[in-house]
Write a protein that binds this ligand. Sequence first.
Ligand code: SAM
Length: 424
Amino acid sequence: MCKCSRDVVEKVVKDLIRNFDKIREQKIIMPNKRKLNFIDLFSGAGGLSYGLEKAGLNCLIGIDFLEPAIETFKHNHPNSIGICGDLKEISPADVQKMIGRKKVDLICGGPPCQGFSTIGPGNANDDRNHLFYEFLKFVEFFKPNHIMIENVTGLVARKNENTLLSIFDCFQKLGYELDIRVLTASHYGVPEARRRVIILGNNKGKENFYPEKIFANYGEENSKLKPVRTVGWAFENLMEYRKKIHNHDIEAAFIKSNLEQARINAVPEGKAIRYERDEKAYLPEELWFDHDWNTMSEKRFREAKFARLDRAKPSPTIVTNAKMYYHPTDNRYLTAREAAALQSFPAKFVFKGSLSKQWTQIGNAVPPIMAEELGKAVLKSHASRKKKKADKGPLDFEQIRSYAFKYDKDTFDNTAPKQQELKV
Ligand SMILES: C[S@@+](CC[C@H](N)C(=O)[O-])C[C@H]1O[C@@H](n2cnc3c(N)ncnc32)[C@H](O)[C@@H]1O
């Protein structure tokens, strides 16, 4: 063969290999047909599992000690095992028996991590240490290719720096390459401004891909991004399934106190009362609060009160408290279904247990639409041959923190951490 044609053949082969890698990363061809299996520790109702399954992964088992949460999990994950039990008392070997010889490709969950660093993994008897250690034990036993940890942004606060370093250290000793990011749920199509810390890791030395931003911020003009989803969108699209609305007890969302009724009646859509100027702007004098604003710390309520959602914006972070936010137009709180819709649960996802336990499950959950994007990102890492670049140094805490705790001025997100507490 002449040199010229050999060059051409080499180029064609190189192009083919490059394209094949690209196609694999885009999941057009999977390395094999088997779905990746995962175990969800601290599964709650299963918001995370639900989204991961939507992305194409297979949930083998979810474990949580809250009975109604596992009832919910089982109802909505009919092909997975749901175990109600304390993870301090369930060993990985027990779980192995339940799932048989199936390969575990991913272990995910949201173990409480705070306090871990101060005690270290050796002291498994300390309560604060236990739960993260349980997670680690499962990873050590099953050696999944991928891990995913979800946590509140407080994990990256200055006071938890050593905790994070210890977490990285423990997983690195087990052969995992870890990355950490703070993600905003609304960037993936969740109608909620929730932010969460997501740690991804793998033991194949590969790059950990994170989902790309697909939806714009509220008010952001960017033709490459889809417009942000809003409270109005959620209420129009995620409430009704086959002419039925589950978990939608409007009477339970009524306000009992006349004074509270009168005050919320006066607060316009999208507004809340936190400062004296809000009180003066929205409430008639007879409904003003009976206190001296000047004697209050920072001359404001610690948390915004009478926060009425705005149909034109994404909702602030849904929490476990049913009385945190008010309906955009009605003088009442939200129903559990409305909160679930804002967390991007589909209308057919039914929550079990008492109303307060439904709120616990909803407020604690990873929004399924965000979880789906995380699942796609794990599949991408799995299919990719891209090696992780060597870290340029220790974790850049300042950079992570600056994003985690920067909130728009006008947000009344009650879960935004207090500035003085975080020293940012
Ligand atoms: C943040 S929530 C998980 C939410 C879940 N990932 C989702 O997307 O729906 C944490 C869960 O850990 C559970 N939990 C806390 N301590 C536990 C323990 N010792 N054993 C089992 N579950 C526990 C709680 O009941 C709670 O449901």
